[in-house]
Design a protein around this ligand. Structure first.
Ligand SMILES: Cc1ncc(COP(=O)(O)O)c(C=O)c1O
Length: 389
């Protein structure tokens, strides 16, 4: 996969030595700009946009987010609790399967609880009714449009959502009587055209169930805040869907909220030679940016030189494959030199681990307009020790 970053933006002015290393630095001004773009889409298309907490759970900026968006979407009990503790608005929860013991609490927290299968739906129905929680069913469009199967819920053999032929039988048997809404999530960092194709793919299913659902949640994966996103076509499509099906439309992006709003600052620890220069950094791909290995992709380096010395960057863990990528430096980097990777606010932050006892990155909020910096979280040995017993 390719990094989708639109560039360093105001991070070119950020002093990398102003924070401890490693450190996620989040530009609250860029978050505000992303939120303004999303709020404008909400107004134009009468769509409700929810923050997908799985992508970005930095609750310190919850008030900003709640002031612009309509609520959150959670992946399970703990995100649902976080949503209710810090964020306002609607809460929609989807998990591929729920533990029976958690359903009562999940229903007490969630406005929408979305099932992945008829069996899961049956487990939740009575409890949802008691809490006046609306229920939904996730559909699997079965249309592969993603760059890699790892991030494509429509990939063959997927466990995510009910395939459309099964949904046809579900509707024929009167299953719609048990649900309020339909859900679909099948995109990853994509533009308008793949969404339009997916909607056409599920349209026969929507037609079949028309009148029997009051909301339609089109999931996340929409790069709504990317400068290239075709928002005019999106608003036209969402308006048409709302009118045709007389349903409230929801989107639940995560990436779009924090897109290009954060960097991961690190430090060169050593430079060795083995088929070229190899630098070991205090940023680990496996501990701090696991998508680099899972996608895989090469994160963009702030201020990468156009020519000079090619340096392979890798982390301090024991994993041979803890490689970030090869980058150009104007000169051979020195121990102590600071570096930063772009567009790391979404997913990287929530996925960090302390494998090998590698230090977790600190978290800093930077208001790029006022140039004010606030280091809001630093982790220490006790955080590492406390995760195990
Ligand atoms: C069900 C669901 N909704 C929303 C999202 C958020 O997607 P993104 O952060 O790509 O917008 C995801 C991401 O995996 C998801 O699985």
């Amino acid at each position: 996969m390719e990094t989708k970053t639109a560039g360093a933006g105001r991070f070119t002015d950020f002093d990398l030595n102003a924070v401890p290393s490693p450190c996620f630095v989040i530009d609250t001004q860029k978050i505000a700009e992303n939120l303004a773009t999303l709020a404008a889409i909400q107004n134009k298309a009468d769509v409700r946009i929810l923050l997908a907490l799985k992508a970005f759970s930095l609750w310190s900026v919850a008030d900003m987010i709640s002031g612009s968006l309509s609520g959150c979407c959670a992946s399970g009990l703990w995100e649902a609790r976080l949503a209710r503790q810090y964020y306002g608005g609607i809460l929609s929860t989807f998990s591929p399967a729920y533990k029976q013991s958690e359903l009562d609490t999940l229903c007490s927290l969630s406005d929408h609880l979305i099932a992945n299968s008829p069996a899961q739906l049956q487990n939740m129905i009575q409890i949802a009714l008691a809490h006046q929680t609306q229920t939904g069913l996730r559909l699997n469009p079965g249309l592969v449009l993603g760059e890699v199967d790892m991030y494509d819920p429509s990939a063959p053999g997927s466990r995510l959502g009910m395939p459309l032929d099964q949904f046809e039988r579900f509707v024929a048997k009167g299953g719609m009587a048990d649900i309020d809404g339909l859900h679909m999530h099948s995109l990853c960092e994509q533009g308008y055209q793949p969404l339009a194709a997916l909607v056409e793919q599920i349209r026969p299913a929507l037609d079949m169930a028309s009148g029997a659902f009051s909301w339609l949640n089109l999931g996340g994966g929409h790069m709504l805040t990317h400068p290239d996103y075709d928002t005019a076509s999106l608003t036209a499509l969402l308006t048409e869907l709302a009118e045709t099906y007389q349903a409230q439309i929801y989107l639940e992006p995560g990436t779009a909220i924090a897109f290009d709003a954060g960097i991961l600052v690190g430090e060169i620890l050593d430079v060795i030679d083995n088929d070229g220069a190899v630098a070991i950094t205090d940023i680990s791909a496996t501990c701090h940016m696991p998508d680099v290995l899972e996608a895989p992709y090469r994160p963009a380096l702030l201020g990468e030189a156009e020519a000079g010395v090619e340096v392979a960057l890798g982390g301090p863990s024991c994993l041979a494959g803890d490689r970030i990528g090869s980058y150009q430096f104007a000169d051979r980097p020195q121990a102590g030199q600071r570096i930063a990777f772009l567009d790391q606010a979404h997913y990287s932050m929530v996925k960090t681990t302390s494998f090998n006892g590698v230090m977790l990155p600190s978290i800093a909020l930077w208001d790029s307009q006022a140039d004010s910096l606030n280091i809001i979280r630093q982790f220490d040995y006790e955080d590492f020790r406390g995760r195990l017993s």
